[in-house]
Design a protein. Structure first.
Ligand code: SF4
Length: 265
């Protein structure tokens, strides 16, 4: 059954569900995921290409972790999303709420109203996962965030040079004393010069910010976005690149997408 909503403000969503976080600093924790539609980047390795455009419907898990999804039409109103979060928020279950996508900051106007309400209702920390290229939108929601994972996009994978935006984004997080980390996806074709520049950029903001190198999970043939498949880096390259970056930032950790190993969403 498709349920319709017309109340303002609204957001375009992909899904709401409860799962284990598989990446970065919060790896292994239980999160209530709100995955927003729309992304303004086109990364070669994207495993969420279904989020790029706003779909007519989204899917909402009815019971945390049971994958008993109900289909709802987009856009979704703020009170309805609050109701869904309340239903998912069973006692002692979630460590935090994850705002993911797509690019959640394309919904900054919605988040500015939604986040203070959901925070006071659930008392859960709010974690933002972002491409880190929209510092102006980040500034709109910063007071309501507890931690941020900045997905630094290397020019060789996103096709765009976003160094200035990434620097401003990271600086804003650091100045606000948020828990922040940087994630960089690496493939066999990653340019070490870009990794070196990334580490230097992070160190300029603060050498205490941890960096997570995430070897790309190769996409299935039917999902590939480039003519030549994007392959995981050879083990010796990973060791070399970690050593290179540790000259700038002490905490450079290498963690693959563990949620895929666990068959999580
Ligand atoms: S920012 Fe994320 S959702 Fe957007 S294209 Fe890149 S990997 Fe995909």
């Amino acid at each position: 059954m498709t349920v319709k909503t017309t109340v303002q403000p609204t957001a375009r969503l992909i899904e709401v569900f409860s799962a284990i976080q598989g990446e970065g600093l919060n790896v292994g924790t239980r999160q209530l995921f709100i995955r927003f539609a729309l992304c303004d980047l086109r990364c070669h390795f994207c495993d969420s290409a279904h989020t790029w455009n706003a779909p007519a419907t989204c899917r909402i898990e009815l019971t945390p972790g049971l994958r008993d999804f109900e289909i709802h039409s987009n856009p979704v109103s703020l009170p309805i999303l609050i109701q869904w979060v309340e239903r998912q928020n069973l006692p002692c279950l979630h460590d935090s709420i994850s705002l993911t996508g797509g690019e959640p900051l394309l919904h900054a106007a919605f988040l500015k109203e939604f986040l203070p309400q959901v925070r006071s209702l659930t008392n859960l920390p709010i974690y933002l996962e972002s491409g880190g290229h929209r510092p102006e939108q980040l500034a709109m929601v910063l007071p309501y965030l507890d931690s941020v994972g900045m997905d630094l996009k290397l020019p060789s994978v996103s096709g765009e040079s976003l160094w200035t935006e990434h620097t401003n984004f990271l600086q804003l997080c650091f100045n606000t004393h948020l828990e922040v980390f940087v994630k960089i996806i690496i493939s066999d074709n990653t340019d070490p010069a870009e990794l070196e520049r990334s580490a230097a950029m992070v160190a300029d903001v603060s050498p205490d910010i941890p960096i997570f190198l995430q070897p790309v999970t190769p996409l299935a043939a039917s999902e590939q976005l480039t003519e030549t498949p994007v392959l995981a880096p050879a083990p010796e390259k990973v060791l070399m690149w970690q050593a290179l970056m540790k000259q700038f930032v002490p905490q450079v950790r290498v963690i693959p997408q563990t949620h895929k190993m666990l068959n999580q969403l």
